[in-house]
Design a protein around this ligand. Structure first.
Ligand code: ARG
Length: 586
């Protein structure tokens, strides 16, 4: 089913060609939602620019468009305003038919894409032996929402966890553990991630201050790369420890990922350098092998190279990413490559993409994008810390805290309403709302901007928060329970009647979901979905206050039940795209 805007576009495109000739088929229609709802629902602003082109007064152009416009089934008679705006007001009968149509469709009228693609999304991607931090949390939540949205659109998405599981840090860590805790290198589960992170810090300190140790560490790297058995086994154990801890977070957040860490590309790195050499793109600079691309300079304004092989022969983060680009395009057949990391890595990706492009590794039909996001700060504006210790906050603590806090809010609400609920119910509600609140707080901000992590804000029952949206859903389900309504079996032939303002406003909003999802498919900004759902909840709540549902007379009662049901289904679907589940009661 086509969105309203899409249907209008088709009609306008026809009008343009019949008014001005076939050569105007691709004119920008400049069709947009009305600036002011008093003037209607949509407006077409093309007459002004066409006026210049055709050398005619814009109002005359607007009249010519309107005369050729066959739109009476969708809109009231269009009005021409000001210099030549065409204002359109949707007919209630049209909206009623559209609502009926989307209500009858499990996908709520949103057709899957006509052009499904294989899409590789690189997200989450924490580093072994290091704590998964808030930046990884953002990447995980945003990447998952993007993946879910693209999957819903019918794309074939590969969710890649590009974990940092390779490199000199392992030499350092293994050399250190051999000294202080050799069991950790031979026995499974001898460490948890907390210990590992502490050892990592100590190892790093040794590495930076002790030349002999540095050499031992280097030799471990060489052994690891050469595949020496005991070093390999130690490395595998360390990875397994970290992986187990990461999985706890993924389970809590309900995130699916395919691990394909940096080590995966190890065998493919020499070919990257060889091919760059053959293409004549490699330059030796201070013994390192580099590629220079236009437009990248350092602070001094000098050309900034992308180093692909260090003086000691080692490869690095960039070499691995070049290999990954090639692999994702050639082996995975991805047509769209998406990387979700903090904006601090924007230059890295820009440079890697530029080198890959210069090398001719990115075909015309492949899109490659970095999806950056901003920083998260604590309420004091500084870095997020655990209370007391001053250490960086552990993700699991952060999520647990949200759950505990909502549990106490919930206890307060239940006490006030004198409601008895089982501990099981309370725990489950707190779990779902706590996790949802953290996810939603992240997703509801434009990802580019920094945002402040505030439990009070994200758990607030009013405002653009997960609890507010979840309550709107619960409200509908409550009506169902109260009226003994089986929403799955509403009478599909019952007429939809849109009379009051609140009903019309709600219906028009319900019909916009497909536009929103299409926009997110393009610009990968999940906050659009949040904003949409927030406004939906507000409009639903207004409708709920102004329009009795169960007490209404037929046929209004059935019509309003359809609006209730559609609102709930839209919330469920939209929240689902964000990786947030709904609750039947809370
Ligand atoms: N492991 C990296 C980090 O923690 C993120 C990796 C992002 N993906 C990539 N292909 N470089 O910063």
């Amino acid at each position: 089913m086509n969105s309203i805007a899409q249907q209008l576009k088709t009609r306008f495109a026809k009008a343009f060609t019949s008014a001005f000739g076939e050569s105007y088929a691709d004119t920008d229609l400049m069709l947009a939602p009305a600036n002011n709802p008093n003037f209607g629902d949509f407006q077409c602003n093309a007459a002004m620019s066409l006026g210049k082109k055709l050398g005619k007064p814009p109002r005359a152009i607007a009249s010519a468009i309107v005369e050729n416009l066959d739109i009476a089934d969708i809109c009231e008679t269009p009005e021409i305003a000001g210099p030549g705006f065409i204002n359109l007001k949707l007919k209630p009968a049209y909206l009623e038919a559209q609502i009926r149509a989307i209500a009858a469709d499990t996908r709520l009228g949103i057709s899957p894409t006509q052009t499904p693609q294989r899409i590789a999304i690189d997200f989450s991607s924490p580093n072994i032996a290091k704590e998964m931090h808030v930046g990884h949390l953002r990447s995980t939540i945003i990447g998952d929402a993007i993946a879910r949205t693209l999957e819903f659109q019918g794309h074939d998405v590969i969710r890649i966890n590009h974990i940092g599981d390779w490199g000199t840090q392992f030499g350092m860590l293994i050399a250190y553990l051999r000294e202080v805790y050799p069991e950790a290198l031979t026995t499974a589960d001898a460490l948890d991630l907390g210990d590992l992170v502490a050892f990592y810090r100590q190892a790093k300190q040794r590495f930076d201050t002790d030349e002999t140790f540095k050499e031992t560490a280097r030799q471990e790297v060489v052994k690891l790369q050469a595949g020496a058995e005991d070093t390999r086994r130690a490395w595998k154990l360390l990875c397994a420890q970290s992986r187990r801890e990461f999985q706890v977070i993924y389970d809590l957040l309900d995130i699916k990922l395919t691990e394909r860490g940096e080590s995966f590309y190890n065998p493919l790195l020499p070919a990257v350098v060889e091919d760059l050499t053959e293409l004549g793109l490699l330059v030796e600079s201070d013994g390192a092998k580099c590629v220079f691309v236009d437009g990248f300079t350092n602070k001094e304004g000098e050309p900034l190279p992308l180093i692909v092989q260090k003086t000691d022969g080692g490869y690095n983060y960039a070499t691995t990413d070049l290999a990954a680009v090639r692999y994702r395009i050639k082996e995975d057949g991805a047509k769209r490559l998406i990387y979700v990391t903090d904006s601090g890595q924007a230059n890295h990706f820009a440079q890697v993409f530029a080198v890959a492009r210069k090398a001719g590794w990115i075909p015309e039909d492949v899109e490659i994008v970095h999806v950056p996001f901003g920083l998260v700060s604590g309420e004091d504006g500084k870095r997020l810390k655990t209370r007391g210790s001053g250490d960086i906050v552990r993700l699991q603590d952060l999520l647990d805290e949200a759950i505990v806090r909502f549990r106490s809010i919930l206890d307060g609400i239940l006490a006030k309403e004198e409601r008895e609920e089982t501990a099981e119910f309370k725990n489950r509600v707190a779990q779902v709302v706590g996790i949802s609140a953290v996810k939603y707080a992240d997703l509801s901000h434009n990802r580019i901007s920094n945002y402040m992590f505030s439990y009070d804000q994200m758990l607030a029952p009013l405002g653009n928060t997960a609890p507010y949206l979840l309550y709107a859903y619960v409200r509908v389900r409550g009506i169902g329970r109260k009226g003994g309504i089986d929403f799955n079996n509403l009478d599909a032939s019952a007429p939809v009647i849109l009379q009051s303002d609140a009903e019309l406003v709600l219906a028009k909003h319900l019909l916009q979901l497909s536009e929103v999802i299409n926009a997110v498919e393009g610009d990968l900004l999940p906050n659009r979905i949040c904003q949409y759902l927030f406004e939906l909840s507000q409009k639903y709540n207004q409708f709920f206050e102004q329009c009795p549902v169960l007490k209404a007379e037929e046929p209004l009662r059935s019509s309003r039940l359809v609006l209730c049901d559609l609102t709930a289904r839209t919330l469920k679907l939209g929240l689902g795209l964000l990786g947030i589940q709904v609750l039947e009661r809370m």
